[in-house]
Design a protein around this ligand. Structure first.
Ligand code: NDP
Length: 274
């Protein structure tokens, strides 16, 4: 049986086995998918061991995405752009193909939610790994404007420069933002600690602006709570992105895109505990 793992540290919390097992069932693929805890100082050895056991592929999560980028023999263009790898495919010739499906997962989820991207003014909050992974797939949808705002301005400026060849992308600090956007994507980790990016309410047009927080949880995130209080038309969280990035990885491995994303998302949502 073809075997796959998600590698991280810690890894016990990962929902990926549940997601991929549901995809395998829905697409009639015979495969196994488990969690693999890699010691913090032995990521590469853990991957090599799994390959020697006949593993076919892996997802890579915190804190190993940059190490996975360095370890891949071949990178997809989107992984090259993202500077990080969340999916390995082990080729029959021993080559490791590195991909990054996070940004594609975000866009797939936004489309599932019928959020329009082309011709829209998009604000991306944050300039860490998740923001970087999202930039190329977002720009490919041809928004009118894409602004990256970050607490540390220089990081936003670096990202804007890196992606300038792909479209109209600008950088600014939070306090420079006083104009409304159609879509605001929170790719900061502020919600993890219940904090808020210092964003002006002027960025939200009542009953128009849609907001997407990449973070998710049993409760509405702090950012989405704030956005609703400012009159946002709709708030969405990143659970769908998690499922959609997994679907993209599944397609790379198995050659088929699962079509049960909504079902997987609904059952996953029920397992989130308060
Ligand atoms: P990083 O650590 O790489 O980046 C964190 C970013 O958040 C930086 O831009 C940082 O700003 C900013 N930040 C942190 N705290 C605050 C704060 N209090 N106020 C304003 N800005 C803040 O994290 P990632 O990019 O990997 O992850 C970001 C978020 O995306 C996390 O919540 C993560 O859970 C989520 N995520 C969700 C995924 C999904 O599938 N749903 C997939 C990947 C990530 P600065 O540069 O100034 O430090």
């Amino acid at each position: 049986m073809d075997s796959y793992v998600v590698i991280g540290n810690p890894i016990g919390h990962s929902r990926s086995p549940q997601i991929h097992q549901s995809f395998a069932q829905a697409t009639a693929q015979i495969m196994s998918y488990e969690r693999l805890l890699a010691p913090l100082d032995a990521f590469e050895q853990s991957v090599r061991n799994f390959m020697q056991q006949g593993g076919k592929g892996a997802n890579i999560t915190v804190p190993f995405k940059e190490q996975a980028f360095a370890m891949a023999d071949v990178l997809t263009p989107r992984a090259q752009r993202a500077g990080a790898v969340n999916t390995f495919k082990f080729e029959d010739n021993g080559c490791i193909l590195g991909d990054n499906t996070d940004g594609a997962g975000l866009v797939l989820d936004l489309k599932r939610l019928s959020v329009q991207l082309s011709g829209q003014r998009i604000l991306l909050l944050g300039a860490g790994g998740a923001a970087r992974g999202a930039l190329a797939p977002l720009l490919a949808e041809q928004p009118t404007q894409l602004v990256i705002a970050n607490r540390t301005l220089t990081k936003a400026q670096q990202l804007a420069a890196l992606f300038a060849d792909l479209g109209e992308v600008q950088a600014c600090s939070f306090d420079q933002l006083q104009q409304p956007f159609d879509l605001i994507i929170n790719a900061t980790s502020a919600s993890l600690s219940g904090e808020l990016p210092a964003l002006s309410p002027a960025c939200i047009t009542t009953q128009h602006t849609q907001c997407y927080d990449m973070m998710y949880g049993a409760e509405i995130t702090a950012f989405n709570q704030w956005a609703l209080a400012q009159g946002a038309a709709q708030v969405m969280d990143g659970l769908g992105m998690l499922v959609a990035q997994a679907a993209e990885a599944f397609q790379l491995w198995r050659g088929v895109l699962p079509n049960n994303l909504n079902e997987v998302l609904t059952s996953l949502r029920k397992t989130l505990t308060h």
